[in-house]
Write a protein that binds this ligand. Structure first.
Ligand code: ATP
Ligand code: MG
Length: 434
């Protein structure tokens, strides 16, 4: 295979004189006559390749002068310490090979000198991702996933994969994508909720999954997509408090990990990360309603879901991550455990960033009879949940869990305006390609 010996980011001025082979895209060519600069871009940054056109091999000079921007090249040469060059070094090439020629004009300028709208960038995402700022987001996202996995493995979790083609809705019929193929109704799964609960009946005890969820959302917003990655956990012998503490630690650790290993990427994005301090503030639903009504804004009735406007108001008041707890049982799904002494409120919670919801979770109902009556109260038919309900009849430990939106976590961490910036190939009503 083609031998790249170094990434640009691994080269130091102290390596003066050593031979290296770099590979990447042609970021820019500057031909000044007697001297010609080819700036090569790879995953780790830029390297200036300097050709003294009078002295260098004629074929090499022709190759460098003739190569189009964004072509893929292999450059073998010597490192020369050069204080005037970016990062303090340049490469004096002995051989330049064009491995793949790029057409022109380019659909998008990956150097970022010419700005582009989000739609244009997403249409030419492969080029957009060559922009260091776009690429940085996904290096950070990878670090976030790695940190979350580290947290889970440290705490004895088992990673699982549940089906994405399912026969029933998780919570009733809205926001579902039907699939026409099977002899019966089938859908893309909205959430691994029912399956991770079924797994609690197996004795696996602590599971997590990082996988896609599908939602036929009604609205086009800056925080909803039709396909999203959800970080899901379910824990046996745990209550809502236990999993809230797991969640705040997982989020805070992800921030810390990113701040430790993604310094360069944060700098490219101009983000100064504040690691959220644990424990996060807990605010009950009722307190939230009081805070909102004190503002003299339109008042909400106890039992209403908290709307986006109120969410924003609370966020601006609180200014940091917080939990919304003790929701009315009528607002949260049937699988949420009501308080034994006060069944009109339940052990469900949301994790909020000041700008949006990041996660929802709860202690779950594990009692079969209670679960049946909760399903009926929600106007759903227990018969369509047969496969889910059965495990509750044969020994189901008490359990709790949550689902956290990966893209929203990254979006809020980096202060990105739109969730689409935190997803490689976002899916929404208007976008199925690329
Ligand atoms: P919202 O009220 O913001 O639409 P939700 O309460 O419907 O979210 P949940 O069912 O609680 O969402 O899903 C758990 C988490 O998954 C959410 O907190 C969010 O981070 C993420 N999520 C849910 N739906 C979407 C979506 N359409 N696009 C991106 N992320 C989503
Ligand atoms: Mg929610």
């Amino acid at each position: 295979m083609i031998l790249r010996t170094h990434y640009s980011g691994e080269i130091r001025p102290e390596m003066d004189g050593s031979e290296v082979t770099l590979a990447g895209h042609v970021h820019e060519i500057r031909d000044l006559g007697g001297i010609c600069f080819l700036v090569l871009r790879d995953r780790e940054g830029l390297a200036q390749v300097t050709v003294l056109t009078k002295r260098a091999d004629r074929k090499l000079v022709e190759t460098v002068r003739g190569v189009s921007r964004e072509s893929v090249v292999l450059v073998r040469g010597r490192v020369k310490a050069e204080p005037k060059a970016p990062n303090g070094f340049e490469i004096l090439p002995e051989a330049v090979e064009v491995l793949s020629r790029a057409d022109s004009p380019l659909p998008l300028d990956p150097t970022g000198k010419v700005g582009a709208e989000l739609d244009t960038r997403l249409d030419a995402r492969f080029l957009d991702l060559r922009r260091p700022a776009s690429m940085a987001v996904f290096k950070i996202e990878s670090a976030v996933m790695r940190s979350l996995r580290n947290t889970f493995y440290e705490k004895g979790f088992i990673e699982v994969c549940t089906p994405k083609i399912v026969a029933t809705a998780t919570e009733g019929g809205t926001a579902l994508f039907p699939i026409s193929y099977f002899e019966r109704e089938a859908f893309l799964n909205q959430s691994p909720q029912l399956y991770k609960q079924i797994l609690m009946a197996t004795g696996l005890d602590r599971v997590f999954e990082i996988g896609p969820i599908f939602r036929a959302e009604e609205h086009d917003t800056r925080r909803h997509l039709n396909e999203a990655i959800s970080v899901d956990v379910e824990v046996s012998y745990a209550d809502h408090e236990d999993v809230m503490s797991l969640l705040e630690n997982a989020v805070s650790s992800a921030y810390r990990y990113v701040s430790e290993i993604c310094e360069k990427e944060l700098q490219i994005l101009g983000v100064d990360l504040d690691i959220p301090k644990t424990p996060f503030r807990r605010i009950t639903y009722t307190e939230a309603l009081e805070m909102a009504s004190e503002s003299g804004r339109k008042s909400m009735e106890w039992g209403d879901d908290i709307d986006t406007e109120t969410e924003h108001y609370l966020g601006s008041l609180i200014g940091e991550h917080y939990f919304l707890t003790d929701w009315p049982s009528s607002v949260k799904p049937y699988y949420t455990q009501p308080y034994e002494d006060k069944p009109e409120i339940c052990k469900g919670f949301d994790l909020m960033h000041p700008s949006m919801e990041l996660a929802s979770g709860a202690q779950r109902v594990h009692d079969y009879e209670l679960l049946i009556s909760r399903i009926k109260e929600k106007g759903l038919n227990p018969e369509s949940f047969e496969f889910y309900l059965k495990p509750f009849r044969y020994g189901m430990p008490p359990h709790a869990g949550w689902g956290l939106g990966l893209a929203r976590l990254v979006q809020t961490m980096l202060g990105l305006e739109n969730i689409r910036d935190a997803v490689l190939f976002p899916r929404d009503r208007r976008r199925l390609v690329p």
